[in-house]
Write a protein that binds this ligand. Sequence first.
Ligand code: KIV
Ligand code: ZN
Length: 510
Amino acid sequence: MESHIQIFDTTLRDGEQTPGVNFSFDERLSIAKQLEKWGVDVIEAGFPASSTGSFKSVEAISKALTTTAVCGLARCKKSDIDAVYEATKCAAKPRVHVFIATSPIHLEHKLKMTQEEVLESIKEHVSYAKSLFDVVQFSPEDASRTDQAFLIKSVQTAVDAGATIINIPDTVGYSYPSEYGVIFKSLITNVKSEKEIIYSAHCHDDLGMAVANSLAAIENGAKRIEGTVNGIGERAGNTALEEIALALYVRKDHYGIETKLKLEQTKLTSDLISRYAGIRVPRNKAIVGQNAFSHESGIHQDGVLKNPETYEIMTPQLVGISKNELPLGKLSGKHAFAEKLKTLGYDIEPKQQIELFKQFKAVADKKKSVSDRDIHAIIQGSEHEQNAIYQVETLQLQYVSNGLQSAVVVIKDKKGHIYQDSSIGTGSIVAIYNAVDRIFKKDSELIDYRIDSVTEGTDAQAEVHVELVIENQHVNGIGIDHDILQASCKAYVEAHAKYIAQDLEKVGNK
Ligand code: KIV
Ligand code: ZN
């Protein structure tokens, strides 16, 4: 029997279904590597049959990961299962996740199939998947709104056809904890198998109960939780995995079972997803929100000073938030910098460290002290720029008070080709964005623009997030720089680059 709760991370599949979130190929790869470091058991890396881009990402992630299982999603269609097989065949542990809806509303309106036809399809496709994969996972989509007898029949059919992992989606976030828990108890009691079957919970957060429902599933025998980092996903999102991990850790007296996640990697993982998804973590979010470990009221502060356990049920260090960080400064040398990278959990090649050290010095020249958050931003910003399809070469602005502003933007692609254009606008950012639109010959609508400062203070680095709509497609971009206008330009150029990459993916859709 399993001795831990397995974590199945679907940030790159269900998480990427969040409106406005579209990870680039490189972002997907670095997210997968970080998830492996965090210690998740399985990564659902994508839906290979849905697009060439998803196929290629799943393939690259399969080649890159060494310990974590890599899974691809497939409908009950042989071509979908073949696509997952092709994309994951190089993985150390390839997995397939086959699904079909089982609820009356989905059968009648979406699939237009009878229950008998659904059972037939499960039998045919799970058997086919089993002929290609050692481990097959099956999900009856919208399970929580499926009639109990038909759910048992569907799961029994999948198990008989070779599935050993049964995932129970609360697809529309409709269930409540005691009801969802009973579904697990009933399946575990009624479905017969000679092999061990692992039951898995997959919850959506429409009524804010995804984490509670997942924990109820554990209380009723589930051994695997599916979810995403920071709970991103369709509509209100999925189960937030960091909340599950910490609930099991802090309340092991009750649950008696934990995940194998390396909890100290939690904050870093959350920050990475938040940055790439362009979704800020709310300050009051459990575990990873900025306020999760701060104490405002005098009574609380007094208590925590006397004994942190008066108001803290876990330490910030547990999830990788260092409260006693030693900031670096402009006199810090290569050695101190290398030590800091190690402490922050980075394993960076010496050649790349030299490059990062130069960037650190540039920041240190402008700031009195360089905090851990600055270092994370330098590393993630540098990874981002290295992978960027276009770099902002120069940005020239002319500011006129009470008049139109003008901007000249020069960008360079990976082959060294230079593109430039100029424009005017009612403000500096509008002028920059008009010039970039002219370079890419695309009209776009800016629907979200946000500046976050990496740290506090007037000398902080700026992180700009933008979301654009170009030809009905939502794309986002990030730019990090000391200068807000430069960061804004980088973010906008990146969003355009993502649009082009997605367009190419669509052209080659499978
Ligand atoms: O929510 C859902 O039903 C899903 C399935 C594809 C598992 O994401
Ligand atoms: Zn889902």
